[in-house]
Write a protein that binds this ligand. Sequence first.
Ligand code: ADP
Ligand code: MG
Length: 343
Amino acid sequence: MNQKPKSQSHALHSAPAGAQEAVFCKSGAGPALSVRHLSKRFGDRLAFNDVSFEIGYGEVFGFLGPNGAGKTTTVRTLGTLIAPTSGSAAVAGLPLTPENGLEIRRRIAIMPESPGLFLRLSVVENLACFADLYEVPDPDDRIASSLEAVNLADRAQDTCGALSKGLRQRVALARALLSDPEVLFLDEPTSGLDPVAAKEVHELIVGLRKRGVTIFLTTHRLEEAERLCDRVAILNTTLRTIGRPDELRDQLFARTLVIRTCSPLPDPDRVFRGLTGVSGWSMNGQSEYVVTVSDPVVAAPGVTRALVAAGADVLAIGESYHSLEDVYLELVNEDVKADPRSA
Ligand SMILES: Nc1ncnc2c1ncn2[C@@H]1O[C@H](COP(=O)(O)OP(=O)(O)O)[C@@H](O)[C@H]1O
Ligand SMILES: [Mg+2]
């Protein structure tokens, strides 16, 4: 994309903090992204509809959804590459309008799904080309600090075509960092990477977050979002939910204790009924019981005592765990049930 130099430096700058950090804080006063009722339509096709959310500076925000959910189109819209059909947004403190396009592009960077590098050029030659294109001030310094940020300084002279997919992705990340962005959009940054390369990209994202870069991360890797993101939104053309992963779990699923015994309890209802904090129970297999509780910490001691008093041989008792994947599947499957054509 067309990125231009920023007039100000932000947290990623390699120079010592101080005055530059003060600038970072100033521009970070309001939300980094504020999106209100935003929609994008291509002819008859709604790419995303009526999407609203806010992201604070320094936040790592996960944007999850199945293929075709509208994630990339949202990134392209907020990145000023395409105009929304309706709604409004502010990106890095500026209203998303055609007049502000250039200034917004100075403050953000997008790492698209495919790295788009010149494969016959070396890593450093690629970065020099893009630094020139984006009119980055002090290009040598910026190239050096971007390479350092993605741990690629020792591969600077390697030809991009000779690099593994994972390393190319890191070059693409270095390219996105050249303009020292306030808000960094990463569109499926680990798509197609093996687990080791994906982990390396995760570590780089953690490093960027520590430096205060606001990150908008689209992914359909749920464990990635769960590990890296402060908050996540699940998109399936419309925004299905938004919150911290643990909040979403609690909103969607009842809290339960899962109990396994050596042999079936003769009268489980007598054991579980009326215990403090217990609202119900069900059997899950021969000798496994799922007890619905208001708070596992409050209910577990009483449940354990009741089991022991009933003479049960307890193999395990623990809180059931719902992953972000459970949340995602619950919501996306609801959509599929509501509209079988979307499967
Ligand atoms: N340039 C375009 N013209 C027409 N339809 C498009 C265009 N870009 C995306 N779409 C459609 O918008 C929807 C959302 O696509 P996309 O944002 O790429 O989803 P995701 O990134 O979540 O996989 C899809 O139905 C896709 O076919
Ligand atoms: Mg996409």
